[in-house]
Design a protein around this ligand. Sequence first.
Ligand code: GLA
Length: 408
Amino acid sequence: MDTVWWLLSFGALLCLPGVPGLDNGLARTPVMGWLHWERFMCETDCVRNPNNCISEQLFMQMADMMVSNGWLKAGYKYLCIDDCWLATARDEKHRLQADPIRFPGGIKKLADYVHFHGLLLGIYQDLGIKTCAGYPGSQGFYELDAQTFADWGVDLLKFDGCYYENLEQLEEGYRNMSIALNRTGRNIVYSCEWPLYARRFTKVNYTQVAEYCNSWRNFDDIQDSWTSIKMVLDFTAALQEQLVPAAGPGAWNDPDMLVIGNFGLSWDQEVTQMALWSIMAAPLLMSNDLRDINPRSTALLQNQEVIAINQDPLGAQGYRVFKGDNFDLWEKPLTGGSLAVSVTNRQEIGGARQFLLSRGILWKGLACKNKCYITQLLPRRYEYGYFNETFSLLLPVNPSGTVLLRVD
Ligand code: GLA
């Protein structure tokens, strides 16, 4: 019980986001879009695998899908290139260049295409001498590369941290690229992996990270599996005292891509990822194949009421309130004293189990008193209706699934 009370008082302090984020006016709510890495990785063989290689064609097709299949309308605006887009060398003026075979029109042409369709373009680089996959890195060329991205019309940079020499160089690299991007005068969202690499040496200074980055990865690369989702959630909960106060408009913890619509998650596990990424105020960057995705996963990813929890303007990151009896309970304060609540059944045997949700365990700042309206958003919509201040509710939750509610 002690743990619960400790967490409750911790939760009570979290009614407002903590430090102000990077002051570039961008990502006031978590970024939404698509990022190629988890699904397409570093496939560069367009002869043997023409439909799945990292190429201009892949991104143009995804752009088409984002517009014609409701993704853009649902809020997914950033189409992001990850590693492996580069040529193996810089040009004669030391500028970066895309692989000429796979991106025959160069990145500028792709940016124009993407912008014409109302989307924004993200790109990837690394602060070290090489990218993680071994392409030319930005070290020694931060100003030039930032300017090149701005000239091309890039709107987001994912800046990786492979091939650095020491902690000092890593931290300086992240700071300097932030400054270089700002100097270009173009609006470029800055997505970092600073804490993921820095925590190998030191306790991360999240106040500083949030001053320089719009979002930052804390944990290893996500994979298309339930094991991976669980690891991210448990890691985030274990570090929530540090992570949650750092998040707010302009600055977000990034638990990595949404893998919904791929091969590894069951329906209930997809619901869990969508619910918890919304509770965590995570960037919603899908990595899946929008040319081939089933209607149920599409509806889940495009669920406007769930997205509204992620995009809530208060920008408070949710946190785990309770863990016990193989249930995890998380909550996220929302604008106007409302609350999002999720209950995950972590028992992976048997059928649905009942969780008794009582008012007493939830956020003290909840605005509703004797008239609390409870709506279940996932796994399917259901209006529980009005409850008084001392409500309790019995919720059936499937194994590895999640029930997501909002209380207004
Ligand atoms: C690192 C990052 C991944 C991806 C790869 C690309 O592992 O964490 O997200 O960008 O590099 O090589």
